[in-house]
Design a protein around this ligand. Structure first.
Ligand SMILES: Nc1ncnc2c1ncn2[C@@H]1O[C@H](COP(=O)(O)OP(=O)(O)OP(=O)(O)O)[C@@H](O)[C@H]1O
Ligand SMILES: O=P(O)(O)OC[C@H]1O[C@H](OP(=O)(O)OP(=O)(O)O)[C@H](O)[C@@H]1O
Ligand SMILES: O=C(O)c1cccnc1
Length: 480
């Protein structure tokens, strides 16, 4: 968790390239890189950008101390002492623009723009992608779950099955951005101010002579927060009746049973039966929590079956992004310093989708003033004049440039915000609750067709004519 130790959280090839730049005397040349992804995860219609807070912490603490330098000395005999001395002076002195956490983002649009000495811009690729790819993936998975359970409480239960501690903790934060209500991880609660929640485990019941005794002892210990796990022996014959008994005892003390938790079996059937039993006992306010390898598909299916579940506890499938364990975000050089100017560069590929978009760009969300809804994102060259307001904008379909739509009255909202300028923080990042509310406002900008979890309508990402022309020119220049 100590961010200052993350300087060497990078691939060795970055340090090798930094070294080679230092040898050829180009380490101070400026370079611009963009981070973006090419394909949406989970077949979703959007992704939820996350990871910026950690990126900012990482950049602020980026430094090579004695320990790092001593280690590098052991890793490569070619590293010259002069290079290591240069590293001792290292700090991030560049510019970073990024979209806000919680923003809905789409393939091939710049999410982070780094302009810095190539020495710096190169080093940070690995860690930035690591943070952005994981946290964006988990926020997106959480958002899919939120789409199918918009009003119920969503509890994040994943830590024990997460890919180690950082994934659990930063993953919990990402799920909160996308609308989860709490995490079971107390360190995430302490670190980020996330609400925490907890019921009890089967071991609590197994560790007593009877289920009833286990429930009673638990209720005595935590009378204000009693949610009882009712499936250790037999949910309907023993768990729910025992929970009802304890609820009645709590009532006598002026307390209420908060809930019961179902963690196995047919959750639709059991929840309906449990609801009827609770209601019959006058416990209509007692909530039913369900867990057991849930994901957005099972939750949707359970709801379609009429399950009476008020609270969903979701662990493994969410925190490991089980159905797609990685977001393939990349970090590509888009411009480099040549003869004092920043010159656009391209990466060619046999696969047209993998050809990079050259030059430093701006990204705008085009919101139709008549409907208040997002029509498309528009990517243009930095400083390019396009009619921001007042005049119609022509939004080309990138795959079929003969197809376009015209929006007459619109607002162009810039997506990339300055975070560091010349190494200095120029804006405070919003607090987590602001990010969460902003995410909700973002969702409201999009038609439901783009938000549905199965076969969504693709939101349009469009490029300016100038950017497409530059790309064509560079492809032409590099074709033989
Ligand atoms: N009515 C239902 N419709 C669809 N899926 C369900 C339904 N009820 C439960 N499930 C899901 O089916 C899966 C059942 O998995 P599994 O067979 O391991 O659970 P189980 O029968 O409860 O056994 P265990 O006691 O080992 O947890 C879980 O992912 C659960 O969320
Ligand atoms: O299923 P997930 O979505 O990953 O949610 C977390 C799971 O972790 C716990 O089970 P576990 O068997 O680890 O512990 P327990 O003995 O308390 O049930 C809990 O009961 C959930 O089933
Ligand atoms: O509080 C719970 O019920 C819980 C927490 C973590 C994992 N499973 C369940």
């Amino acid at each position: 968790m100590c961010e200052s130790r993350l300087t060497l959280h990078t691939d060795k090839y970055q340090i090798n390239m930094m070294y080679a730049h230092w040898k050829q005397g180009t380490q101070n040349q400026r370079a611009a890189f963009e981070a973006y992804f090419r394909k949406l995860p989970f077949g979703n219609g959007y992704a939820v950008f996350a990871g910026l807070e950690r990126i900012v912490e990482y950049l602020r603490n980026l430094a090579f101390g004695e320990e790092e330098i001593a280690f590098l000395r052991t890793q490569e005999e070619n590293y010259d002492e002069g290079f290591l001395a240069e590293l001792e002076k290292f700090k991030f002195s560049g510019n970073l623009h990024a979209v806000r956490e919680g923003t809905l983002v789409f393939p091939n649009e710049p999410l982070i723009l780094v302009e810095a000495r190539v020495f710096e811009a190169q080093l940070i690729e690995t860690a930035m992608l690591n943070f952005m790819n994981y946290q964006t993936l988990i926020a997106t998975k959480a958002s899919r779950i939120k789409q199918v359970a918009p009003v119920e409480r969503l509890l994040e239960f994943g830590t024990r099955r997460a890919q180690e501690a950082d994934a659990a903790i930063w993953g919990a934060r990402a799920t909160y951005i996308a609308g989860f209500h709490s995490t079971s991880n107390l360190l995430a609660g302490m670190r980020f101010g996330l609400p925490t929640s907890g019921t009890h485990a089967h071991s609590w019941v197994q560790g007593h002579d009877s289920e009833e005794d286990a429930f009673r002892q638990y209720a005595e210990a935590l009378p204000d927060h009693v949610t009882l796990l009712v499936d250790t022996y037999d949910t309907l014959k023993s768990g729910v009746p025992n929970a009802i008994r304890i609820a009645k005892e709590l009532e006598k003390k002026g307390k209420r049973l908060k809930g019961i938790r179902l963690d196995s079996g047919d959750l639709a059937y059991l929840s309906k039966r449990a609801r009827a039993m609770l209601d019959e006992a006058g416990l209509t306010d007692v909530k039913i929590v369900a867990s057991n390898d849930l994901d957005e598909n099972i939750i949707a299916e359970l709801k379609a079956q009429g399950a009476r579940i008020d609270v969903w506890g979701v662990g493994t499938q969410l925190i490991t992004a089980f159905d797609q364990p990685s977001l393939g975000g990349v970090y590509k050089l888009v411009a480099r310093e040549k003869n004092g100017d920043l010159e656009p560069v391209i990466k060619i590929s046999g696969n047209p989708e993998k050809i990079s978009n050259p030059g430093i760009k701006e990204a705008y969300r085009i919101v139709n003033k008549e409907t208040g809804m997002a029509e498309a994102d528009f990517i243009c060259m930095r400083g390019e004049k396009f009619s921001r307001e007042g005049e119609p904008i022509k939004l080309f379909d990138p795959l079929h440039p003969h197809r376009f739509k015209i929006v007459n009255e619109y607002e162009a909202i810039p997506l990339l915000q300055p975070v560091f300028i010349n190494g200095v923080r120029v804006s405070e990042l919003p607090g987590l609750d602001d990010i969460r509310s902003y995410h909700e406002i973002q969702l409201a900008l999009f038609w439901p067709e783009h938000l549905r979890k199965l076969n969504p309508e693709m939101y349009r990402i469009t490029f300016s004519r100038a950017m497409l022309d530059l790309k064509a020119e560079l492809i032409d220049r590099h074709s033989h």
